[in-house]
Design a protein around this ligand. Structure first.
Ligand code: MSP
Length: 716
């Protein structure tokens, strides 16, 4: 039996899921459903990448163990994926892989040992011990070369990762190295021999030229004294295996590499090699390092590494938690059905290219393509069958003596032309799926919808029903519409599993779409006499204006609107208060961040407030867990603050001229917790730290407590 093994990247267990993590999981789920329909034995993996310095640090700061930290993030991922219908209970992934699993430790150690025993094509040891000196980004979990970081503005400061805009760690220590430099030729030969190894083509070319440019050996361990949260190097527990070596290996340990029990339960031999879906930002790890490790260990490389694009915000910036512009999945869930989100992700973003995410376009697509398109075709067809044919699928046959009547009504007496269109569409649809061109496949399906809509509008069944002489024409038209609907359900099931199954049941069909093979669709299989089910709306129309107003309220204010660094500064009025007419972001300078005092009008209007007014401000005790300077800003510090909630908050404060970030860590502060989140220099501030504003220059002095108070306690 043919197999299809598809993987998403395993997500860092340092932040909660967002659109960037949902997207590849939806795509993988869709591909796997398609291949399962076609009778392939499939396996679908997603999960979390739980080791490394980043998680170790977060855990330390939050006062929990790294495992506890990872457990809580993994639980959140599993919950979210379940809500979106992607887990095993919804026929979704087969494994939620966690790199903290014991069998994974075994498999990683086994892979390391195999590589360590190997000689490179040049006859040298594939792993050797050396000394590493350079810059490391904890967020990327990668060492950074000069082109990959921004030099510091002030001498002595660390450089900043261009990806995460965070300061890099200086690493200077003993390390094991993988002799990647000896594998360039082997990799180039792989790319040549296996053209589908890197997709799309443009990314393949990039990787080829990167490898042609020469490869550097790769540091694949950290000293345990600096990174303890990870898998120890076999036979040298003073070193921890580099988190990418560990994480990439999950793709084979999950299916049984290095562990007999899992091999029996799943089957490395059966499922490997896999199709890896990855973001273009992590292509190098998957298309260069990963096959090199595998080739060194004598393991076949993956079948395909497909690099998809990034979801961008309306201003064209990559959406990410770090930049504070990620899509809140709770909002998606609240306003849109899972299938609408899936459809949008697969239709709007050409797989492999970047795409802009917008709630408005999501609403528009839901209304036009789903409510007015597929949903309307389904409800009008089935309602007419209910009304005009007593709820039963009637015979599709138009007898010869009724040919003329049919033609008069603009109906082709023979269904052959429609059947041929559908057969062609089916074949194209499947080919596009095989080519990962889901968006093109959907275009094809919507072409079919348009065609059948036109057949109905031209034939006007509501007129035909008035003429007994047109009974056969009427029956044939409705049969054709219902049969097309059945085909559409089979084709579109992987994209919208819930809605297509509902439509299928409304047609009166009882088998499972999960097992309906799209390549075996044959025209005319819908049985005459099938009783259609109750017709219920599948894709409710969304009121755009109302929903957008709600979403805007729920999300933060659009980036830049009246947001100034002053908002983050204790004791200073915000720009929006003092200069309401200022256009978005214009006039917002760092000077605003420490502007003290009020406008004259405000001063003369001094008045009392009610206790209820005061009660509107929710002030809570917070403890600063992390503190760092905001790149390119003299004024701003960026904190994560524990205010007694499940997750710490990110809060910005314009106090960088007066407070050293390192000295702030651990301090108890007062946080205004219900302030509308604002974006400052690309970071979302989820509250404000209170400080007195002292002297003419408005020097901030942070308010604090002299007694011990628990985090989250409210000030009244
Ligand atoms: N842990 C590593 C992967 C290890 S795989 C052996 C990692 N994790 S991640 O959580 O940072 O990113 C996971 C995936 O999410 C990446 O493929 C990344 O491209 C994707 N996305 C994150 N933000 C994204 C968008 N805005 N748009 C689309 N996908 C994006 O890297």
């Amino acid at each position: 039996m043919k197999t299809f093994y598809v993987t998403t990247p395993i997500f860092y267990a340092n932040s909660f899921p967002h659109l960037g993590s949902l997207y590849p999981t939806i795509v993988a789920d869709c591909l796997r459903r398609h291949y399962r329909q076609r009778g392939f034995e499939t396996y679908f993996l997603t999960g979390t990448d739980e080791h490394g310095i980043n998680i170790q640090r977060l855990a330390e700061r939050t006062g929990v163990t790294p495992k506890e930290y990872a457990d809580s993030v993994a639980a959140q991922f599993e919950k979210t994926f379940s809500e979106f219908g992607l887990d095993a209970a919804h026929d979704g992934y087969d494994i939620y892989m966690r790199t903290t699993e014991a069998f994974h430790y075994e498999g990683v150690s086994e892979l390391w040992r195999r590589v360590a025993r190997t000689k490179t094509p040049q006859g040298r040891d594939a792993i050797y011990k050396g000394y590493y000196e350079g810059w490391f980004c904890a967020s990327c979990a990668a060492f950074k070369s000069e082109e990959e970081y921004a030099k510091p503005e002030r001498e002595g400061d660390p450089p900043t990762c261009l990806e995460h805009l965070r300061p890099l760690d200086h690493v200077s220590e003993e390390s094991y190295f993988f002799r990647l430099s000896d594998y360039a030729e082997t990799l180039l030969a792989l790319y040549e021999a296996q053209p589908e190894f890197i997709r799309p083509e443009s990314r393949r070319n990039e990787v080829v030229s990167f490898v042609r440019g020469g490869l550097q050996d790769l540091s694949i361990s950290r000293q345990k004294s600096s990174v303890s949260w990870g898998i120890p190097v076999p036979d040298d527990p003073t070193h921890t295996i580099y988190v990418w070596f560990d994480a990439l290996t999950n793709y084979i340990t999950a299916i049984g590499f290095g562990n007999e029990e899992r091999e029996r339960a799943v089957g490395f031999e059966k499922f490997w090699p896999a199709v890896h879906l990855v973001g273009k930002d992590i292509l190098r790890f998957h298309a260069v390092y990963w096959p090199a490790f595998l080739l060194a260990a004598g393991v076949e490389p993956p079948r395909t590494v497909f690099a998809h694009g990034m979801w961008l915000d309306p201003t064209g910036r990559r959406m990410s938690k770090t930049l504070g512009n990620a899509i809140d999945l709770a909002i998606l869930r609240k306003h849109f059905s899972n299938d609408a989100v899936r459809y949008y992700c697969l239709r709007e973003m050409v797989f492999g290219q970047d795409g802009k995410f917008g709630y408005e376009t999501l609403i528009e697509r839901t209304n036009s393509d789903l409510a007015s398109g597929l949903g309307n075709l389904s409800s009008r067809t089935l309602t007419m069958i209910q009304r005009y044919c007593d709820g039963v699928i009637a015979s599709p046959r138009i007898s010869e003596e009724k040919y003329l009547a049919a033609k008069r009504a603009g109906v082709d007496p023979d269904a052959q032309s429609l059947a041929s269109t559908l057969e062609h569409a089916r074949d194209q649809f499947v080919l596009h799926f095989e080519d990962y061109a889901m968006s093109r496949a959907l275009e094809i399906a919507w072409g079919v919808i348009a065609r059948v809509d036109k057949i109905i509008s031209d034939a006007k069944p509501w007129e035909l029903v008035k003429d007994e002489g047109q009974r056969e024409t009427l029956n044939a038209v409705l049969y054709r519409a219902a049969e097309t609907l059945r085909w559409l359900c089979v084709l579109l099931y992987p994209v919208m599993p819930e809605s297509t199954q509902q439509i299928y049941e409304q047609i009166g069909l009882t088998d499972k779409l999960k097992e309906a093979d799209p390549t075996k669709l044959v025209w005319g299989t819908l049985q005459e006499g099938t009783r259609v089910g109750e017709v219920k709306p599948i894709f409710p129309r969304i009121d755009k204006q109302k929903t957008m107003t709600e979403i805007e309220k729920e999300t933060n204010a659009p980036s830049g609107t009246h947001a100034t660094e002053a908002d983050a500064v204790a004791g200073a009025p915000s720009n929006s208060e003092t200069k309401p007419a200022a256009p978005p972001m214009q006039g917002a300078t760092e000077a605003d961040a420490v502007a003290g005092g009020q406008t004259e009008a405000q001063a003369t209007e001094a008045s009392f407030i009610e206790i209820t007014d005061f009660a509107k401000v929710e002030m809570r005790v917070g403890q600063i867990l992390t503190a760092e300077r905001v790149p390119k800003s003299d004024k701003l510090l960026r904190f994560t603050v524990d205010v007694g909630e499940a997750e710490p908050r990110q809060v910005l404060a314009g106090i960088a001229e007066y407070y050293e970030p390192e000295k702030m860590i651990g301090r108890k502060v007062i946080v205004v917790a219900n302030l509308k989140p604002r974006k400052l220099r690309g970071f979302e501030s989820q509250g404000m730290v209170l400080a007195a504003s002292v002297g003419d220059e408005g020097k901030p002095v942070i308010a604090t407590f002299t007694e011990d108070v628990p985090n989250g306690a409210r000030l009244k």
